[in-house]
Structure formats: structure tokens, C-alpha cells
Write a protein that binds this ligand. Sequence first.
Ligand code: TXA
Ligand code: MG
Length: 333
Amino acid sequence: MKTNIIDATKINEAAICIKKGGLVVFPTETVYGLGADAFNDDAIDGIYIAKSRPQDNPLIVHISSMEQLNKLVKNISDDAKVLMDKFWPGPLTIIFEKSDLVSDKITAGLSTVAVRFPSNKIAQELISLSQTPIAAPSANLSGSPSPTKAEDVIDDLNGRVDYIIKDSQCEVGLESTVLDMSDNNCVILRPGAITLEMIKEYVGYVSLDKGLISADIVPKCPGLKYTHYSPKADVIVVQGTKENIKNYINSKLNSELDIGVLTYKGGTYKDAKLVLDAGDNMHDYAYNLFSHLRTFDKHNIKTIYVEFSLEDGMGLAVRNRLYKSAGHMIIEV
Ligand code: TXA
Ligand code: MG
């Protein structure tokens, strides 16, 4: 299939494509999304095919108005209303009991539906012009890191979708927080930029899904059970004090080998083939992580050692994605 790569000035064409059942990649504040009309089952099938995504992994439905929400869900709790008021539009996905209008193809047979109101203006405009909610997973091939730059989307999906709308690098860099509020719950299934601490200010009983805390429990968010976000290189997370991390990684380096290092708050490794820095705080780390993992692959790096130490807030989301990309190869030093 021919993919039309456009910028936002041609967004009308992309909206017409959505209405006709086509596939459009669009920017959001978290990562790029691969969208289709949420009320068109054939178009939804197309998403799974384009990404090679397992059928048992449900999709998030993106909206640009509260009227659209009312069509998709059955009950909205008072606490959910407070959180929507505070954090929408933005990087928070909320899971509700689904209405009868929502197809099993979106929810993978679950009785709940995940809904998100993105803050990115191009995303909002695409949904409004298409006059329908848009179902959209991250716009990567299944298993690889979510794309945060237009060029990453083009690498993965050129020839597999009808349109790609280019924009600048996504400002958050990690996927939205997924919060289950169906069944009078308030459980974080996937950590993101709207953090546990931020939600706790408004809903005191919020908790973390046990699958996020223990490696032995299957996560409730179906997508999190797959090895995910992985570059082609092996990822090894090294955590502890800065000095111990440096000593450990240096002991593994050999200038003959294709080894890369992802540093945090800077640092040099003279025997590494490629050193990239994740930045100075966890927001930088989130912004850079997926794009740097892809850069290591482009340089044919075979093993990436990653400096990490846990911090509150956004640190939880960064750790979650790092551990997934490392397939749980984590060294404590
Ligand atoms: O930031 C984001 O959320 C991006 C942008 C494009 O909006 N989207 C995204 O979608 O990350 P995706 O499909 O890559 O991840 C959605 C996650 C998956 O882990 C999926 O299992 C989970 O949300 N999910 C979707 N519906 C669910 C439901 N009803 N119950 C539990 N988990 C659900
Ligand atoms: Mg994804």
C-alpha cells in the first residue's frame, strides 16, 4: 500500500481517510498512535494486521469531546469525573465499563473499554474532523519501542498504513498512564506521566496493579504481559549507586565489541562503541528512552548497558518500560 506522509496542513485528507475506514498515524503528547474509526470493525482489523499485534491485546479509544465519551461507556463514577476534570486532555487513559456500541474487536472481548482524551492539538483536530472516536495503539510494529518521532513511525509502518501525519518529537515520550476505574476501582495498570502521587491527591485509594510490583504475577493490562519496547539489541539494566554502576559497566566493556551504554546524568565510557545520555531527570529519561533505544539499533549495537536508579514520580514509568525492554535482565550493584 502507498503511504501518504503529510504534515498537519493536510489533516483534512487524513480525516476523510479515517471516515472511509483507512489507517492514519498521528502524533499525540505521549507517543505516535496508529488510528482507525472506532466504530468500523474492518478498520480495526486493519490496525492489528498493520502492527502484527496479537488479537488478545485491547485498544485505547481516543476522543476529542465528552459527548464521545458518553457513547462509549456505561458508568462514570464521581471519582473518575474528578480525575477527568483534572487531567484531561492529557496522558491519562481511564478504563470504564463499556457500552454496547463498543465492539469486541476493540476490547478483545473484555467488558471494559480504555478511553483517552489526548492534549496534542493535531490529535484532537483529527478526531474532531473525522467525527468519530479513534481507536489507536502505539504506532510501532508489535514488540518494538513505541515511536516518539515521525522518522521512527516511517521506519516501522511505511507501506502498511494510508497516512502518516508528521509532527515534532512527542513531549512525554512514554505511553499514557492506564488507570482502571471500572467496578469502583482505582488501580494503575500501566504507569505513565500522570503519576501515582498526582492521582493520590484527588483519589486517596488509588493503588498499583500487583503485576507491576511482582514479576511473578500476570499484569492485568493485557499488553504488559508481552516482551515489549525491545530494541534488537539485548538490554541490561544496571542499578545501584552511580559509582558501582560505573565500575560494573566498565568491567564489561571491550572496545572490540558492539556494546553501547545509556547513561543517566552524563558520564563517559571510553571503551563503549556508542554512549547516549538519558538526561538529567526522569522526565528527560522518559522523553529520550525509546528514541535512544532505536538509535542503538541503527548503529548495530548488540548489547546495551543501561544506568538506572529509581526515583519517585515518573521514575516508576521509566522503570516499567526499562524492565520490559530488558526482559527482566536487571543487575543490582
Ligand atoms: O499513550 C498512549 O496510551 C498511546 C497513544 C497512542 O495514545 N497508546 C498506547 O496504546 O500506548 P497501546 O495499544 O500500545 O497500549 C494500550 C495498553 C495495552 O497495554 C492494553 O493491554 C491496555 O492498554 N488496555 C487497553 N484496553 C484495556 C482494557 N479494557 N483493560 C485493561 N487494559 C487495557
Ligand atoms: Mg504499544
